[in-house]
Design a protein around this ligand. Structure first.
Ligand SMILES: NC(=O)c1ccc[n+]([C@@H]2O[C@H](COP(=O)([O-])OP(=O)(O)OC[C@H]3O[C@@H](n4cnc5c(N)ncnc54)[C@H](OP(=O)(O)O)[C@@H]3O)[C@@H](O)[C@H]2O)c1
Length: 335
């Protein structure tokens, strides 16, 4: 298996400003031979995540991506050969395959997935996005019936699921998103009670009228100025589930917001808690059972944004950071 027919996208340089197409290059590599304990995978769907950009800044909950290596990224893949017990050709797995057609990955770093249709749901609602929304909202935000939940990047993959789960839990839900179309979609299609267009200016005031009783749970996907606008509007004993800080990922971190954090946290007795979805994986089966029943009953709508062709991954990630996507963005590498 050494012919040069494994397309790979390299990160050729770490961006110091905004991510651009010049930071990537496609090369033709060879298909690796799996070693003992590894499976050879053929990538089917590649997940595009805001975090892909954050990994370029340095080590976080995982190692940093380095220049002149295959760009890291999670994907749904099919096992084509295996030297690992428990994995056989034809099995479907999730793991960090990287941006390439084929990868040899240690079985201990792979999660075997059920064979369900559409397969794309394994990356959206039954993948990291759905589980992040589920655990972050229910285990960290802990909303109670009748409370007001605000979520940012609300039309994105995590945010769109957070808002819908909060509705299922009988909360008043306000989404913050960029642009009138996205806001309209949140209220008219996904059942959010209100939506705030942060690109329209005056986020603080718009939020005040969308959440007149204050905010009990803020699910924060973006950090920065939007977090600063939410903080003073938190109700006493409110909870902030810190999921991500996408406003800080692409380019030089902003010098703005949030200001006044410590005082507000004390006076309002707030809980502000960061989390990583992997921390909750021992409860994955129960979460998936809930998500599956909500999808089956039509209470939870799944929005996916599938782009064809591995070669389009760089532009698709750059576009995600700019807010092009609605719901879970991914690349169909091989159907
Ligand atoms: N803690 C965890 O375990 C975990 C796991 C998965 C994801 N995450 C986090 O979840 C968040 C969502 O990630 P995702 O991969 O699902 O992406 P996504 O929400 O599908 O897409 C990102 C969205 O963020 C919005 N955005 C971009 N720049 C922004 C800015 N400066 N201010 C406000 N909104 C901005 C854009 O929508 P607009 O058009 O609305 O701007 C864009 O569509 C990220 O912060 C990510 O790091 C955390």
């Amino acid at each position: 298996m050494s012919e040069a027919n494994n397309r790979q996208i390299l990160l050729v340089e770490k961006p110091t400003g905004r991510l651009g197409p010049e930071h990537f290059r496609m090369v033709n590599g060879s298909i690796p031979e799996p070693k003992e304990g590894e499976a050879l995978l053929r990538l089917r769907y590649l997940s595009l995540d805001a975090a892909n950009r954050a990994w370029m800044h340095g080590a976080t909950y995982r190692a940093a991506v380095e220049a002149n290596t295959v760009m890291s990224g999670g994907g749904i893949a099919e096992v084509v050969a295996s030297k690992a017990s428990g994995l056989a050709p034809g099995d479907i797995v999730f793991g960090d395959t990287g941006w390439q057609d084929y990868a040899a990955v240690q079985a201990k770093h792979l999660t075997k997935m059920p064979k369900l249709e559409p397969m794309t749901h394994l990356l959206s609602v039954y993948g990291i996005a759905g589980l992040t929304a589920y655990f972050g909202l229910l285990h960290v935000g802990k909303p109670k019936e009748g409370e007001t939940v605000v979520v940012s990047a609300a039309a994105g993959s995590v945010g769109s699921i957070v808002g819908q789960i909060a509705k299922i839990k009988s909360c008043r839900v306000v989404g913050i998103a960029g642009g009138k179309d996205k806001c309209h979609w949140l209220t008219n299609e996904l059942g959010f009670d209100a939506a705030v267009d942060y690109k329209d200016g005056g986020t603080y005031k718009a939020l005040r009228s969308a959440a007149p009783d204050g905010i009990d749970v803020y699910f924060d996907n973006v950090g920065g100025d939007i977090l600063e606008a939410c903080l003073p509007q938190m109700n006493n004993r409110g909870r902030i589930a810190c999921c991500g800080a996408i406003s800080q990922y692409d380019g030089v971190p902003s010098a703005h917001g949030p200001r006044g954090v410590p005082g507000l946290i004390v006076v309002k007795r707030l809980i502000m808690q960061g989390f990583i979805v992997m921390d909750f994986m021992d409860q994955r089966d129960a979460a998936l059972a809930d998500l599956q029943s909500w999808v089956a009953s039509g209470k939870l709508k799944v929005q996916e944004d599938v782009i064809d062709g591995l070669e389009n991954a760089p532009a698709a990630l750059i576009g995600l950071l700019a807010g092009e996507n609605r719901g879970k963005r991914m690349i169909r590498v091989q159907a």
